[in-house]
Each structure stands twice: as C-alpha cells, then as structure tokens.
Design a protein around this ligand. Structure first.
Ligand code: NAD
Length: 256
C-alpha cells in the first residue's frame, strides 16, 4: 500500500487519478482549493506552506505525488497555480518523499507546452521569480497576449522537470520525476469550450488529434500516470510523456 498525494483531486484528471489509486488499495490524500482532505489554495505562498504543514502532519512519508491542480485562465494567477504552486509544493514535500518507498512524482503539463510562447515569462518562472512572472503576465494581458500565459506555465513546468530530475536532490535520492502532457481531455476545464461549435473548432485547430480524432479519454491519462508512478518504473525520469492523440508529433515535428 502506497501513500499518494494528489493535487487537484476534487475534479477532472486529479479526481480520476485519486480514484484509480484508491481502487488499487492505496491511501490517497487529496489537496484542492475546492475542498478535500487538505483544503489549500496553491496559488498563494501561504497556501502552499499550509498544504505542506498539513501533509506533514498526516503522513510520516509519501511514496507518490501527482500534481494535477491547474488553471487555464488567460490571467497571471495561472502562473502561480500551474508553475509556482507545483514547484514550491514539491520542494516542501521532498523530506517526506525521501522517506517514501520507491518515491515517484508526476506533474501534469500539457501539449500546450510545445506551442511557441512568451519566452520571458518562461524564463521568469525558471528563475523562480514569482513577482517578475506575475508582472510579465499582467503586461501580457494588457498587450492582448494573455492566451500565452497557460502555454508558458506548462512549458516552464516541463523544462523544470527536465532540469531537476537528474539532480542529486531527486535522482540522487531515487525519486523519479516526470510529466504527462495531455491533449484535449473532456473535464470541467474544457467542457464549456468544447460544447460550442466555435470552441470545438478553435481547440481542434490548436491541438490536432490525428489518432483519436477527438478528445482523449481521461483513463488514458490515468494509465500513463500509473505507469510513471509505479515502483517498477526504475528508469524513466525527466520526461514529458505526451498523451495527446498525436498533437505533439504533428505540432513540433523534428523540433526539439
Ligand atoms: P479541472 O478544472 O477539472 O481540475 C482542476 C482542479 O485543480 C480543480 O479541482 C481545481 O479546484 C484545482 N485547483 C485550481 N486552482 C487551484 C488552486 N489555486 N489551489 C488548489 N487547487 C486548485 O481540470 P483538469 O482538466 O482535470 O486539469 C487537471 C490538470 O490537467 C491541469 O493542470 C490542466 O492544466 C491539465 N491539462 C488539462 C487538459 C484538458 O484538456 N482537460 C489538457 C492538458 C492539461
């Protein structure tokens, strides 16, 4: 039996991941601003600290963290949840992970990470300068480029995974750290846009789905998370595994 922390467990992908671990007999501690075992707002530094405190109180060790909490709003707060909310929470949970058995961490990026995006915003995230990132985010909104904020947050997260996974703090302690990059998955995040013909057309243009010819079943994301989080995964780390019906292959082609 493994102790699994799942953020964003109140809805969508996080809820499906939590349910899957529970159904296999594992202990799940859900973290979400919408409620759950640990009711915390990961957009705020004090909310992240509160979550770490609560989790440290509940568990002596953590074997799995799956970071699903996210926002797709074209606003600066999206950077705080999708990037800083993940990176800060994981930093706070490292001591618990080091006490875990075969510890594994999976974060949820997005195929949007391969879109060309606001490089200065990605850099501010990777520099771990939340004030600068929020300031650049506000300026992007003013310039009518708020739509790029989500892609920037997910690209920064995927690059952080790549930079971090092989370091002594993670690989040196046997902690595998990977990302999944979903394409379009019909969760509450996307449902309203998908419901209108114009929204569906726009999404299909941004995220081509040549294999599935439509949204990805949430179960496909869950099985990839379970593979990466399994103790048997002793070699895959630092990767983003796109579960996207072929969108990354089509959008990025040979470009690294
Ligand atoms: P969702 O809206 O159904 O679930 C997101 C969850 O995150 C919600 O329960 C919400 O309360 C929680 N959350 C939001 N802000 C928070 C905060 N400040 N603190 C704590 N929790 C917070 O969306 P989803 O589709 O399940 O998304 C899960 C992850 O998958 C997100 O990171 C999203 O960016 C990513 N993703 C989704 C899709 C898709 O098509 N649905 C595609 C690519 C990536």
């Amino acid at each position: 039996e493994r102790t699994c922390v799942v953020t964003g467990a109140a809805s969508g992908i996080g809820a499906a991941v939590a349910e899957s671990f529970r159904a296999s007999g594992h202990t799940v501690i859900g973290v979400d601003v919408a409620g759950g075992d640990v009711h915390a707002d990961l957009s705020r530094p004090d909310g992240r600290r509160f979550a770490v405190e609560q989790l440290t109180r509940r568990a002596a060790a953590v074997d799995v963290v799956v970071a699903c909490a996210g926002l797709a709003r074209p606003e600066p707060v999206t950077l705080s949840v999708n990037y800083f909310g993940v990176v800060d929470l994981l930093a706070g949970l490292l001591p618990l992970l080091r006490r875990g058995r075969s510890p594994r961490v999976v974060v949820v990026s997005s195929v949007a990470a391969v879109h060309r995006t606001l490089d200065s915003l990605v850099q501010a995230c990777l520099d771990h300068d939340e004030e600068a990132a929020l300031d650049l985010g506000r300026r992007a909104v003013e310039a009518g480029k708020g739509i790029g904020i989500y892609a920037a947050s997910k690209q920064a997260l995927a690059r952080w995974v790549r930079r971090t996974a092989s370091t002594e703090a993670w690989a040196g302690h046997g902690i595998a750290l990977n990302a999944v990059g979903p394409g379009v998955v019909l969760t509450p995040m996307i449902a309203a846009e998908w419901a209108s013909p114009a929204g569906r057309e726009a999404l299909s243009r941004q995220v081509p789905m040549p294999l599935t010819r439509g949204p990805i079943d949430v179960g496909q994301i869950v099985r990839t998370v379970r593979f990466l989080a399994d103790p048997d995964n002793t070699a895959v780390t630092g990767q983003t595994v796109y579960v996207d019906g072929g969108a990354d292959a089509q959008l990025r082609g040979d470009r690294q």
